[in-house]
Unconditional design. Structure first.
Length: 427
């Protein structure tokens, strides 16, 4: 028989085996590693420099102290080698300035006894003087050593101060700042170069983020604007049926909500960084503009707007600060009680700070839910947005803008119901 497949064989046996799935591309495994140095044992590391510095300081201090002690001891021996008496005449008449007992004419035994006592007394005085002078020299040398060590430690650690200052400037959103540390190729130079490389990557990442926000702003707004125009044109048609009119209004409200969501997300993305270009802004004026924008909505809901706004100036971005006040006042009006509700908007100057306080009446707010209110798309007793009062980004934008200005925002429940939100900004 032939080995070829006969017609009686099942069709499954004549099918080709399934192709193997395509393998995923290999992940990059490149590791830059540490740069190799021709003579790593000759590298002037911080450990070697500190060892040589402080070892040399101890050696010099020991040599100076030894020299001082030698000179003091030589002086003491010189003073102690002098005879404690003088012979006045040939009759062995004695006199002494330091030993009163060696005066006049003395028998030999009494003379030797008094001479020994006088020598012991002079030795004790010489040792006391040597000890006092040595202690004074040690104290002076210690002061000089501490002063010299303080100066040298400052010189050794000065690159760390430069790195710290650069890090603080970078924390202020100045990502173009670099350390560019010059000096020996030690651990601090390596740390500085690594920090500069990290700043380069962060700068590229933030630049890409800003470019993405700008592109997304255009790409997301354009179709929504086109949809709104088409819906408004369709709604303006007098021959449109009531069902079509109702559908157009529903779609227009949905489109408006999407526009608000996009605007909120873009504003939230732009306000995450600290404000660099600051100008004087009157917080009372900003709050007044926000109150006027919400006045019509507040009157329609029967909410009274009140508060005293004292002029107080801060350094910041006026548009973003007005958005902060507008979001707070809008939330205070929308989340209010049905009757006899009010919203108080006040500004106050504090020592070194300015405060915007927005209070309102409304439902009681549990203290444990306050932190959730500042999270995106979070509301009271609701994890996701689900009402027509907004898109759930108002307080998130407030917190981001306040942080970008170096300030804080806090919420506190009122005993009668409602909230008291404080925005504190540095002046």
């Amino acid at each position: 028989m032939s080995a070829s497949t006969t017609p009686s064989e099942p069709a499954e046996s004549r099918q080709q085996p399934p192709a193997a799935p395509a393998e995923a591309p290999p992940k990059p495994t490149w590791d830059p590693g540490e740069p190799s140095r021709p003579y790593p044992w000759l590298r002037p590391t911080i450990r070697i420099r500190l060892t040589l510095l402080y070892g040399g300081m101890f050696l010099i201090a020991g040599m100076v102290l030894l020299t001082l002690i030698y000179l003091l001891a030589a002086e003491a021996l010189h003073e102690g080698s002098k005879l404690p008496f003088r012979i006045l005449n040939a009759n062995a008449q004695l006199t002494s300035d330091s030993c009163p007992g060696l005066t006049g004419t003395l028998p030999s035994e009494q003379f030797m006894q008094r001479l020994g006592e006088c020598t012991d007394a002079q030795r004790a005085v010489a040792l006391d003087n040597l000890l006092q002078r040595s202690l004074m020299a040690l104290v002076g040398l210690a002061v000089a050593a501490f002063a010299f060590g303080y100066v040298m430690a400052g010189r050794v650690l000065s690159p760390l101060g430069r790195i710290t200052r650069t890090a603080r400037q970078v924390a202020s959103s100045d990502l173009h700042k670099r350390i560019e540390l010059e000096g020996p190729d030690d651990e601090l130079k390596e740390l500085s170069d690594t920090f500069d490389e990290m700043l380069d990557r962060l700068d590229r990442a933030f630049t890409a983020q800003q470019r993405f926000v700008a592109n997304a702003s255009h790409e997301l707004r354009t179709p929504l604007a086109i949809n709104r125009t088409l819906l408004e044109v369709q709604l303006s048609d007098p021959e449109a049926s009531p069902e079509l009119q109702q559908l157009g209004k529903t779609l227009l409200a949905t489109n408006e909500r999407s526009e608000q969501l996009v605007e909120g997300l873009l504003l939230l993305a732009r306000s995450e960084n600290e404000i660099v270009d600051r100008k004087p802004v009157d917080l009372a004026e900003v709050a007044g503009h926000a109150v006027e924008q919400v006045r019509a909505e507040a009157e329609s809901k029967g909410v009274e707007l009140r508060g005293v706004r004292q002029p107080v100036y801060v350094q910041g971005n006026g548009v973003l600060l007005e958005r902060v006040a507008l979001n707070l006042v809008q939330n205070a009006v929308r989340y209010n009680q049905q009757e006899d509700g009010w919203v108080s908007v006040t500004t106050e100057a504090l020592p070194g700070h300015a405060m915007l306080l927005v209070e309102n009446t409304g439902p009681a707010v549990p203290a444990y839910e306050l932190d959730n209110l500042f999270e995106p798309f979070r509301r009271l007793r609701s994890d996701r947005t689900g009402s027509d009062k907004g898109v759930g980004l108002g307080l998130s934008i407030v917190r981001s803008v306040a942080r970008a200005h170096g300030g804080t925002v806090t919420a506190q429940p009122r005993e009668e119901g409602g909230l008291a939100l404080r925005v504190v900004l540095p002046v």
